[in-house]
Write a protein that binds this ligand. Structure first.
Ligand SMILES: [Zn+2]
Length: 232
């Protein structure tokens, strides 16, 4: 199917491009990326389209003018650069998880250190129960290119409440109802990875009982969650 950008959608698209470009500044602000690694994308509501970062453009040079519009097979519809080399993975997620409106990928240090060991981050903090509803899972090793990474992300996140997955020996893919929520999940994933790592250096972190994890998650997502996705 060929998606086409109608003139009536141009303003909406421009707004999403500006948002996706601006959200990349959050990745550097929270020290989640080095050089040009890492990327944010957003689904275009009502269209079979996504907006994603161009490949290899430095963060300081990102703006709405160089964001790339692709269809959900990763084919470029609008943009003067090649899209991110992770475009196929983002597109696969949008094709197979209809509730996902934003995807983020980083090689953030602590989370990738867990990914390098192929070890899920255990849920030993109430903030992890709140955000992730349990441990942050590992997705099986996959080579870049093709659908293998996308398949691993979808297979892992479909069996978890977590909005973030550690792809083994690689890094973090995070999802959200929109791009900002996905960025938040990537930031919180790195924060959890760092804190649990530090706790491991001190000894054995204490587990949280499953019923307490369930209670915390329910409260945060549903009761405390009667807000617009922003933690007060
Ligand atoms: Zn990567």
């Amino acid at each position: 199917m060929t998606a086409k950008i109608g003139d009536d959608r141009r303003a909406v698209l421009d707004g999403i491009k500006a948002q996706v470009a601006a959200l990349h500044a959050e990745l550097t602000r929270y020290s989640l990326v080095a050089w040009t690694a890492g990327n944010v994308s957003a689904r275009v509501p009502g269209e079979e389209l996504m907006v994603i970062k161009p490949s290899g453009v430095e963060y300081d040079d990102l703006g709405s003018h160089n964001m790339i519009v692709c269809d959900l097979n990763g084919k470029v519809i609008d943009g003067g650069y090649a899209p991110s080399s992770d475009t196929a993975a983002h597109a696969y997620v949008y094709r197979h998880m209809s509730h996902v409106g934003g995807v983020v990928h980083t090689h953030s240090t602590y989370a990738s250190a867990w990914a390098a060991r192929g070890e899920p981050i255990p849920c030993v903090l109430t903030a992890m129960a709140d955000e992730f509803g349990g441990s942050i899972p590992i997705g099986q090793f996959a080579l870049i290119g093709g659908d293998d990474i996308g398949k691993g992300i979808v297979a892992t996140l479909s069996q978890s409440r977590s909005p973030a997955v550690l792809m083994q020996s690689h890094g973090v893919f995070a999802i959200g109802s929109d791009a900002k929520a996905a960025v938040k999940a990537a930031v919180m994933c790195e924060d959890a990875a760092r804190t649990v790592h530090t706790s491991r250096l001190l000894g054995d972190p204490l587990p949280i009982a499953q019923h307490d994890i369930d209670s915390l998650y329910d409260r945060y997502q549903n009761v405390y969650g009667q807000r617009s996705g922003e933690q007060a």
